[in-house]
Design a protein around this ligand. Structure first.
Ligand SMILES: [Zn+2]
Length: 247
């Protein structure tokens, strides 16, 4: 039997149903010594691990077979695993960093293919839906505003120098500070400079498909983009932004 020692700590009152805790196997196992149905001795304890989910099956000497799980499930997939995967994506922590953290703690964690499935089936579609809604609302509010449209654009490469494979070109609304849209361009899929191509695709989309009447467009001193706007969009006033000029 375990003694209940008095502590100076005050009991916590704010535990929510989906709060999580870190539990040692050592602390958990004694809870399964007795059958939860009839309180007689447990004669068999088996455990199964599925990512961060622990399932414990006990059989008592009266043959009651009971299963306990550390997470609830939704369609056979542990909800905690989905939540950890989503939290990982949304916090920006890399999978390899998380695995290093879990390995050093001996914290049970799911494999890379499981993480990829979670992104594909759960996190990815939710992020896409929210982004599409957000984009529509930003574009509509810019269109419905009486102010001139002032935008800024910049490209971000996946790695520096000539070895970059991807470039994400984003356009921001200068008045609200919100990202209006972005394009991902990949080497091999487009000819020429990735940043210029991203800018071209975005400006074409905004001016033709969204009927944006852009008054002012700020960028860094990128020669290709400078040439493109001067020749293809002479109606747009192109300026260099102060942040890039001060670098
Ligand atoms: Zn029993």
């Amino acid at each position: 039997m375990y003694e209940c020692k008095q502590t100076k700590q005050k009991p916590s009152s704010n535990i929510e149903d989906d709060s999580c805790f870190f539990v040692f196997w050592d602390c958990l196992l004694p809870l399964f010594n007795r059958c939860r149905q009839c309180n007689s001795t447990v004669v068999s304890v088996q455990h199964y691990i599925q990512g961060a989910l622990l399932s414990i099956i006990t059989i008592c000497d009266r043959n009651h077979k009971l299963i306990w799980r550390s997470q609830n499930k939704s369609n056979k997939r542990p909800l905690g695993n989905i939540l950890i995967g989503s939290a990982l994506t949304l916090s920006g922590i890399l999978y390899t960093q998380m695995v290093a953290f879990c390995d050093s703690l001996k914290l049970s964690f799911f494999s890379r293919p499981v993480y990829d499935k979670i992104i594909k089936r759960y996190t990815g579609p939710v992020i896409c839906n929210i982004w599409e809604d957000q984009k529509k609302s930003t574009i509509n509010s810019i269109k419905n505003s009486e102010n001139d449209i002032w935008l800024a654009g910049d490209g971000q490469y996946d790695s520096p120098g000539f070895c970059a494979k991807y470039c994400i070109y984003s356009v921001m609304d200068l008045r609200s500070g919100k990202i209006v849209d972005f394009k991902l361009v990949q080497k091999g899929m487009v000819k020429g400079d990735l940043e210029r191509k991203g800018c071209e695709l975005l400006l074409n989309d905004l001016t033709k498909n969204q009927n944006f009447n852009i008054k002012l467009f700020l960028t860094d001193r990128h020669k290709g983009i400078r040439f493109y706007i001067r020749t293809q969009h002479p109606e747009i006033q192109h300026e260099f932004d102060v942040w890039h000029l001060s670098k």
